[in-house]
Design a protein around this ligand. Structure first.
Ligand SMILES: Cc1ncc(COP(=O)(O)O)c(C=O)c1O
Length: 385
């Protein structure tokens, strides 16, 4: 079995026959393996919080809960999904640049640790809280943000967090608040990064920033949240993250920053959920157009929007047909020429053939925009007269 595909051909075929296509299949064994392999290399002082946005499927959440996960939420919908898990206190976090009052209310009611993204979050929490409330502060750092794509927006202007250069003014203002206490730092500075050495450099820069906040502004930090961003391979020539090197890197950083006695938080989504998922869709028809061979599938960017958003395709195989070298452009059924899932080489295809897209457990179905982050769907109002 190719590592990029959590389910073998027999299982893909069985799922397609039993449930129809298109469909997503998730392997519980692969999800558990990703979690335990990562947990195994992490120093004890690192809390592993699954980023629900990657895939909020209730069975996946239940599995990670049973393995000891904490959870990172980004909307009221995600908070509700995690509330259903009935976790003990301290295992849920809430981040996001546009938190609304009902979301903050829900988070405080659940005893969730909020990652405040600016003074408005701090002031609103202060107004809602009736006793001392610890929050983490999300900072958009001045150092280079590692990014090969457009997910977190690079190190220029950003909607996320407090810009590092604005911290002194914000901390001064925050000192006058009654209930809110800044007890942690949150920096998300990588995306889909498979190089453990680069991750160590990024996390090292975050810890250096934390040290400056501690020394210059006297912040007593209980938590430093390093965000997500651990990468997974999407092609057979991409090497996976070296977990042993990654874990050692975090141990080294904790040793180097002996002043910090609190816990580190990691909140990976893609790494934990990506490899377990397979998306299955059949070929509806083939068309040769001016030298390009199109395979038109039952599903496209309505189910897998990532190739359109980031330019990065999912790996694909023709189930039961082995390797092939025929070039195809994979198109979906939508009436837009944006509906493309990639240019690939596969065996000769025929209508009805089953294709499987691997590493589709994260940012797959739920990245469809009304699903993404489990935000509520807006009502549609018919105004007559
Ligand atoms: C605040 C926050 N935490 C965690 C994640 C998960 O990132 P990844 O799936 O790259 O690990 C994201 C992704 O956008 C995020 O915005």
């Amino acid at each position: 079995m190719n590592d990029l595909f959590a389910l073998d051909d027999l299982t893909c075929r069985a799922l397609a026959d039993a449930h129809g296509t298109p469909c997503f299949g998730y392997s519980a064994a692969v999800a558990a393996e990703q979690f335990t392999a990562l947990r195994h290399v992490l120093p004890q002082r690192v809390r592993l919080a699954y980023a629900v946005k990657a895939n909020p499927h209730p069975d996946l959440l239940g599995l990670f809960k049973s393995l000891g996960a904490s959870f990172d939420c980004a909307s009221i919908g995600e908070l509700e999904r995690v509330a259903a898990l009935r976790l003990p206190a301290g295992r849920t976090f809430f981040a996001g640049p546009g938190k609304r009052m009902p979301e903050l209310q829900k988070a405080l009611y659940m005893g969730v640790r909020v990652q405040a993204e600016g003074f408005e979050d701090l002031a609103r929490i202060d107004a809602l809280a009736t006793r001392e409330t610890a929050v983490n502060l999300r900072v958009h750092p001045a150092f280079d943000i590692d990014e090969g794509n457009r997910i977190i927006g690079g190190s220029g202007p950003s909607a996320f967090g407090v810009d590092e250069e604005d911290l002194p003014a914000l901390l001064e203002k925050a000192a006058s608040l009654t209930h809110v206490r800044i007890k942690g730092l949150h920096v998300f500075a990588a995306s889909n990064q498979r190089d453990a050495v680069k991750l160590k450099a990024i996390h090292g820069a975050v810890l250096d920033l934390a040290k400056r906040l501690h020394e210059v502004h006297g912040l007593a930090l209980e938590q430093i949240d390093l965000g997500g961003g651990l990468g997974v391979p999407y092609a057979s020539n991409e090497t996976p993250l070296d977990l042993a090197v990654f874990g050692q890197g975090l141990s080294d950083l904790l040793a180097r920053h002996a002043w910090f006695k609190g816990e580190l938080i990691l909140e990976p989504g893609r790494f934990l959920a990506g490899p377990c998922g397979v998306y299955l869709a059949r070929v509806v028809r083939l068309k040769e157009s001016r030298g390009t061979r199109f395979a038109i599938l039952e599903g496209g960017i309505n189910h897998l929007i990532r190739p359109l958003l980031t330019g990065q395709p999912f790996p694909v195989k023709a189930v039961g047909k082995g390797e092939g070298t025929v070039p195809y452009t994979l198109a979906g059924p939508l009436c837009t020429s944006l509906d493309r899932l990639g240019d690939v080489r596969l065996p000769e295809l025929a209508a009805g053939d089953l294709l499987a897209f691997g590493t589709a457990g994260a940012y797959g179905l739920n990245e469809g925009m009304t699903h993404f982050l489990s935000h509520p769907v807006p009502p549609e109002v018919w105004v007559a007269g």
